[in-house]
Design a protein around this ligand. Sequence first.
Ligand SMILES: CC(C)(COP(=O)(O)OP(=O)(O)OC[C@H]1O[C@@H](n2cnc3c(N)ncnc32)[C@H](O)[C@@H]1OP(=O)(O)O)[C@@H](O)C(=O)NCCC(=O)NCCS
Length: 166
Amino acid sequence: MSDNEIYFEELTQKNKSDILRLYNEIYSKQNHSSLIAHLIDKPSFFGLCGYQGNQAICFLLANAVLDEIDIIELAVKENFRRRGVAFKLLSYFQLFCIERKMQKVFLEVAQNNAAAISLYEKLGFDRIGLRKNYYSQNGFYIDGNSYCKNVNAIKNNPVNSTCTGL
Ligand SMILES: CC(C)(COP(=O)(O)OP(=O)(O)OC[C@H]1O[C@@H](n2cnc3c(N)ncnc32)[C@H](O)[C@@H]1OP(=O)(O)O)[C@@H](O)C(=O)NCCC(=O)NCCS
């Protein structure tokens, strides 16, 4: 494997600290780290950590209930952004969803997060709803967009599957 190659590891007790460190680095202004540190140990929680060399550069955290999975958080280290890392991470995550026989992937994204919205739409997520005042940022409430992707359709067309039949 070349030094520039990204590889992904599933969340384990061993790499949990890498994910939490990255989470704290990226979200230093929000104080949710103790909540995440608590949630991450739930048996329904699933995580991926992406590495380049031995440096953790991205992560994804999700919570599965039966055959549906919610992406709780996903982020890329600042100096690794705009190089296709998040796209690779989500593509890898989709393979996990197929393997685990998940049916639907859900997520919420703040309406002012243009980068993430563009990422999810590029991957074929459908906007399925609006959650009023879902996020609180710097003392202001911001609406959230809910998105969904149908995992069955990913098998046939990884990028453009749509979420129908909700
Ligand atoms: C959103 C985020 C994960 C994107 O990661 P990334 O590795 O830079 O994204 P990629 O390079 O894989 O980009 C894939 C697509 O996402 C979109 N995108 C990513 N960054 C973007 C930006 N700054 N502005 C507009 N679109 C953007 C584009 O559609 C891009 O495709 P393109 O390169 O063909 O234009 C990253 O900016 C991040 O970690 N942000 C902070 C945490 C966050 O907001 N997480 C989402 C929570 S819902």
